[in-house]
Design a protein around this ligand. Structure first.
Ligand code: F6R
Length: 246
């Protein structure tokens, strides 16, 4: 794992967007997985903008969503699918044959997980994952205490996730469970970028980078990723011991 500190949110988002572009130039049929939420918002926008400006042929790549709130319809503003639609699918005109998402409304969530895991396997694994970090150290909905060996699964949401998650919705929403890729997917992905910005993320970034790897702080698993990168702006990286970053 390597830590990269950027001047601001825009420059780290530029880097992350360029990583997607670079990958798709090298491997047009790549499998890319993104989180929704605030952190990758500008990355998605810049990626869509750059890909359009460069007139890239994106007809071979496949996108998967990292997670979804259980019980929310894709039309709910603030749901992960709604985010992806607005940020990526619509701007790029991506047909549904090129993306696969968890259906949080499914009456068979276990099957949703099996289908997702098979989908990833058939595509030869995830080439690039871009994830955020929660205020409790989660990645996706891998909440504190999660089994590091899990692939896709359904999980009871942590109280922090339920409280912080309200920020995505116009009205209070009942959030209880999430469906998510597992940390085994994160470790197996060929490259992972974890992005965080703002002073509110400074403590969780310090914990993820400097504390021992432990499932009570799921993002610490990034330390074990041979091709994992933590991208932070100056504020989110402000508590890091700079003598330990090369
Ligand atoms: C969302 C997701 C979450 C967020 C995390 C950070 O799809 O997977 O793990 O990445 O909660 O959220 P933001 O970026 O809104 O601070």
């Amino acid at each position: 794992m390597k830590v990269l500190i950027y001047e601001d949110y825009k420059s780290l988002s530029e880097f992350a967007a360029d990583e997607i572009i670079r990958l798709l130039r090298e491997k047009p049929a790549a499998l890319v997985c993104l989180a929704s939420g605030d952190s990758p918002k500008l990355t998605c926008e810049l990626f869509s903008k750059k890909a359009r400006e460069e007139n890239m042929d994106l007809s071979h790549f496949t996108f998967i969503g990292l997670d979804e709130w259980v019980g929310l319809s894709p039309d709910t503003e603030g749901s992960c699918e709604n985010d992806f639609k607005k940020r990526i699918f619509e701007p790029l005109g991506l047909p549904s044959s090129q993306y696969h998402l968890f259906n949080g409304l499914s009456d068979n969530l276990e099957m949703e997980c099996v289908v997702m895991d098979n989908f990833i396997r058939e595509k030869g694994g995830i080439d690039l994952m871009i994830v955020g970090i929660g205020m409790n150290g989660h990645i996706g909905f891998n909440e504190p205490g999660v089994d590091f060996n899990l692939l896709s699964h359904v999980i009871e949401l942590d109280q922090t996730t339920i409280a912080v998650g309200q920020k995505y919705f116009k009205q209070p929403v009942l959030l209880t469970k999430g469906i998510t890729l597992g940390l085994a997917h994160v470790l197996a992905a060929k490259k992972v970028l974890l992005i965080a910005s703002g002073i509110k993320k400074a403590t969780v970034i310090k914990n993820a980078v400097e504390e021992p790897v432990h499932n009570l702080f799921p993002a610490s698993i990034m330390q074990q990723h041979p091709n994992g990168f933590i991208l932070v702006d100056v504020a989110a990286g402000s508590l890091l011991d700079k003598t330990k970053i090369d």
